[in-house]
Design a protein. Structure first.
Lengths: 451, 248
């Protein structure tokens, strides 16, 4: 068959299979392993190119590592990504500004609240209503973000343990995360991908039972984090696998654009919550923790300390929420989503009172609801960049409006995407086993990398 | 200002739109006609003969102020002044300066991108040591500058942000690579190439990153369809998102 330019007919691998690449190719298809090892030994190649992934359990989703090995040493490390590309940015151009939060929450699926907040802050900046977002909404945003930071870091540490072969760490991490997700479910109705933070505020106020659940959580969590520290901090096996592994210093971090715990493990206290505060972070009392070791163990310690700080912030939020009452969406009825949500027998939906109002008593309210839901609001033309400190680093939203009811362009600078570029710098020259530790310490989420 | 209405005049002045004579504006290309994007006789809105011309290019006057939006000279003026002092070709390199929503955007000519970026990174007074990647934008109606590459820069030293905006025509989609200045842009430039077809000259290995290697087309351009199939639900058919009625 002659090569075709149509991607549906063209087979890029057809030629490669016939001609074969340089050297001998071993396909691992469940044949006798001993036989294959013997073959590889007889072939006498100095270097071996190994494909790790995209379905390897320790590559955090669908990441593909192409390793050139000289014995146990990694000579060269390349990464292949794009297996989880879902076209979220393109899709957002075909929905209203409010619908955008439903899409972008699915990018970095371990930190949905951060995706939504970065997006919402960007839209609010474009609208010029940053100051008008009610205080209660800002407090709820901060609280949700910090809870999300805890759940995300817990997964980071849990999967990290699993990849190094410690099932106990994994189980402990996931159990604690489950408690956080229970809170999310209580507050937003969903465990993940909530689309809770919307341009102008949040989708709905806290339900009546949330405060007592939050207090239970705050009572329980510090002890559990202490227990995790007890298990890991001085564990000789853990330290042997993580100390002086995956080294990346400050110069490397700035050149490669690395932010988040990896950057803070080089000793620089760069945290957007402190340096360029948003959502009122400047009014909370918390510390930015750093380490100076630049290694995997340092990044772990930074994450642990950040969870403890997050608990402090959540505590302050709970305290404030008791006294600060009021709306959770901007006053401007031309922007604030008209529908109010309520829990019914079949789950969450539009509140019956709101439906009764628009269907029974006010035709204007119905028109208003209809216009805002189908057409959406218009956003003045321009471009903005809004950034938040996500668990993995700077999450930036570059939003462009042409004055219409839909984003003209929405681009997300996902920290996982940028940080993953550091893998070769951390892994080359080290052992194969340390590649796993290096990748895990970056904590990439492929949903965010590929978007 | 073209309007005679004092209210509109005040509005335009507040928007800081550049003065454009009526005839000048009329010469600019038409961006769209009618409402709702409907062709032919389908438009019953009464706006069928509405002609919307392309918006004039905005440029902010001095003083630029700072992120807080103050009227007096501030941080943004400092950045512009320092850059003008350190870069002999400043007047030629920076086409326009836009301050909007507390953010500073320098529209840079592509020939000068590398020197502008290098000065911003290396000068101690500027020291934008981090680049937050590249984001492409496709404006099919902006003739001669259809493709834009946008670089948000961050200075940890001075805790400031600035944005570089570089454009290139669709017929010659080339922008110099700045991977040698900001190595972090390696993947970002590959992504922008993949999605918009902007060729970053000098990039060490400009290949697709998200789409398969043998993919045809650049998916995030405006002329690339979203795709999708109509979905049937309880007897009614919902068209794919890009074929639904839109309001812009």
């Amino acid at each position: 068959m002659s090569p075709s330019t149509k991607y549906t007919e063209y087979d890029a691998y057809a030629a490669a299979a016939e001609e074969a690449a340089e050297g001998r190719v071993f396909d691992v298809n469940g044949q006798d392993w001993d036989q294959m090892v013997a073959d590889a030994r007889d072939a006498g190649d100095e270097r071996l190119v190994v494909n790790m992934g995209p379905q390897h359990p320790s590559t955090h989703g669908v990441l593909r590592l192409i390793l050139t090995l000289d014995g146990e040493t990694v000579d060269e490390c390349r990464l292949g990504i794009g297996y989880l590309h879902t076209g979220i940015e393109k899709n957002m151009e075909y929905r209203t500004w409010t619908q955008g939060s439903t899409f972008c929450t699915r990018m970095d699926y371990l930190a949905p609240i951060f995706n939504e907040t970065a997006y919402a802050l960007g839209v609010e900046k474009l609208l010029g209503i940053t100051e008008q977002v009610p205080e209660r909404a800002q407090i709820i945003r901060v609280m949700m973000m910090e809870l999300n930071r805890i759940s995300s870091h817990l997964v980071a540490i849990a999967t990290f343990g699993l990849e190094l072969g410690a099932t106990t760490v994994m189980l402990n991490g996931f159990i604690e995360r489950e408690y956080t997700l229970d809170l999310f479910e209580e507050i937003t109705g969903l465990r993940m991908n909530m689309a809770y933070v919307r341009p102008g505020g949040v989708a709905q106020d806290l339900p009546s039972g949330a405060m007592s659940k939050l207090r239970d959580y705050l009572d329980r969590m510090p002890k559990r984090l202490k227990a995790m520290r007890k298990l890991m901090d001085d564990n000789p096996v853990y330290k042997a696998r993580t100390k002086d592994v995956g080294y990346l210093d400050l110069t490397g971090c700035t050149a490669l654009g690395i932010t988040g715990p990896v950057l803070r493990a080089t000793g620089i206290p760069w945290d957007l919550r402190k340096s360029q505060p948003y959502c009122g972070y400047e009014t909370y009392d918390f510390q930015v923790h750093t380490q100076t070791t630049c290694d995997v163990y340092g990044r772990y310690l930074v994450r642990m300390a950040e969870m403890e700080e997050s608990l402090k912030i959540v505590e302050q939020c709970v305290e404030r929420l008791q006294s600060v009452k009021g709306p959770v969406m901007v006053e401007d009825k031309k922007i604030g989503w008209p529908a109010q949500l309520a829990i019914g027998a079949d789950g969450m939906g539009n509140s019956p009172r709101h439906i009764a109002h628009i269907m029974g008593t006010s035709m204007e309210a119905l028109i208003h609801h209809f216009k805002l839901v189908t057409e959406g609001f218009r956003v003045p033309a321009g471009q903005v960049y809004a950034a938040v400190e996500s668990p993995r680093g700077e999450l930036g939203a570059h939003l462009v409006s042409d004055g219409g009811t839909r984003p003209y362009r929405a681009h997300f600078r996902d920290p996982s995407f940028t940080n993953l570029q550091a893998t070769p710098a951390m892994a080359e020259g080290g052992m194969v086993a340390d590649v796993i530790a290096a990748v895990a310490s970056i904590d990439p989420v492929m949903g965010g990398v590929d978007r | 200002m073209s309007s005679q209405n004092p209210e509109q005049q005040a509005e335009q002045a507040a928007d800081r739109l550049p003065a454009h004579r009526e005839d000048e504006r009329a010469e600019q290309p038409v961006a769209r006609t009618g409402m709702f994007g409907i062709q032919g006789t389908g438009d019953t809105s009464g706006y069928g003969r509405l002609v919307v011309r392309q918006a004039p290019k905005v440029s902010s006057p001095r003083p630029f102020g700072g992120p807080d939006g103050a009227a007096e000279a501030g941080e943004f003026d400092e950045i512009a002044d320092q850059l003008a002092r350190l870069l002999p070709t400043y007047g030629e390199a920076v086409e326009r300066v836009v301050v909007h929503r507390g953010e500073l955007t320098l529209h840079v000519k592509r020939e000068h991108l590398a020197e502008v970026a290098r000065t911003l990174r290396d000068a101690p007074e500027l020291r934008f040591e981090m680049c937050m990647g590249v984001s492409g934008v496709h404006y099919p109606s902006d003739e001669g500058a259809e493709l834009h590459a946008v670089y948000p820069l961050l200075s940890i030293t001075h805790n400031r942000r600035v944005r570089l905006d570089v454009s290139c025509p669709d017929s010659d989609p080339h922008v110099p690579s700045i991977v040698d200045i900001y190595p972090t842009n390696d993947w970002h430039e590959r992504e922008t190439y993949d999605f918009f077809g902007i060729v970053f000259d000098g990039h060490p290995a400009l290949t697709r990153i998200m789409m398969p290697d043998d993919w045809v087309g650049h998916p995030q351009r405006k002329d690339y369809p979203l795709g999708g199939i109509p979905v049937e639900y309880r007897g009614a058919e919902v068209p794919p998102p890009d074929q639904r009625r839109s309001y812009t």
